[in-house]
Design a protein around this ligand. Structure first.
Ligand code: ADP
Ligand code: ADP
Length: 227
């Protein structure tokens, strides 16, 4: 059954001055539990906006969003987000960075430490738990960002060009790694990318968007053997 359903969703940004910007137009889309969906399309077509709606960070101006069958009214569900930049806190070591979302929630840290270690192991970072971000390569920093996004066991993992700032080899390695993580945790993933190759490698379905105002042009099922 779908984890998220969008029904006729549009989003217009109200500018303080000037004309409003219609970023999304009449989007209807279901994302199934455990599915990996990639969002592709030209710059400005509304991919980031769609991702924010899926995370409940913005509300649609028209249409309806259902989360697990319930009307969706805000950022109440557990989400994990990974942006192009890892945005790690430079004065905290790796494991403390992974635990930041727990601190933000003011929850007890102790029960999450083991989970943090497990995630670092899955991401090949177990020997770097005590290192600081500046001691890590860009690819490793982004792995820490992924571990941080997974620490709360999110219902949906939202990724906005997460590997866009990395060199091609690191990018490929992390794409394969993400597939492995998905095999292991079965987290629902919505992934924005410019790369068709990345898209086809990762996705169960590719959502192709038109230039602004963004509509869904096509949803392509992908059925390829994976590495
Ligand atoms: P993409 O991620 O595909 O590049 P975005 O979702 O970032 O597209 O943007 C879609 C359109 O909405 C663009 O025209 C962008 O300038 C506009 N937009 C995005 N965020 C805002 C905002 N907070 N306020 C006003 N306009 C915005
Ligand atoms: P990217 O394409 O890398 O995702 P965006 O173009 O979406 O970056 O913009 C990054 C930030 O700027 C977002 O928070 C977005 O809401 C904001 N933004 C984008 N376009 C506009 C705009 N036209 N007016 C105001 N804010 C905007």
């Amino acid at each position: 059954r779908p984890l998220v359903s969008l029904r006729g969703v549009s989003k217009t940004y109200q500018a303080k001055k000037g004309t409003p910007v219609q970023a999304l137009t009449d989007i209807s889309l279901d994302i199934a539990e455990g599915e990996v969906v990639t969002l592709v399309g030209p710059s400005g077509c509304g991919k980031s906006t769609l991702l924010r709606l899926l995370g409940g960070l913005h509300m649609p101006t028209e249409g309806e969003m259902l989360l697990a069958g319930q009307r969706h009214t805000g950022p109440s569900h557990r989400i994990g987000i990974v942006y192009q930049q890892p945005l790690l806190l430079p004065w905290k070591n790796v494991i403390e960075n992974v635990l930041v979302p727990i601190r933000v929630r003011r929850a007890k840290l102790a029960p999450y430490r083991e989970r943090a270690r497990e995630l670092l192991t899955v991401l090949g970072l177990d020997s770097f738990a005590q290192s600081y971000p500046h001691q890590l390569s860009g690819g490793m920093q982004q792995r820490v960002g992924i571990a941080r996004a997974l620490i709360q066991d999110p219902e949906i993992l939202l990724m906005d060009e997460p590997f866009g700032a990395l060199d091609a080899m690191t990018r490929d390695a992390l794409t394969v790694e993400l597939l492995r993580i998905h095999e292991e945790f079965r987290t629902t993933i919505a992934f924005v990318t410019h790369s068709i190759a990345e898209s086809v490698l990762l996705a169960d379905r590719v959502v192709v968007m038109t230039p602004r105002p963004g509509r869904v042009a096509q949803v392509l099922p992908v059925d390829l053997p994976r590495p």
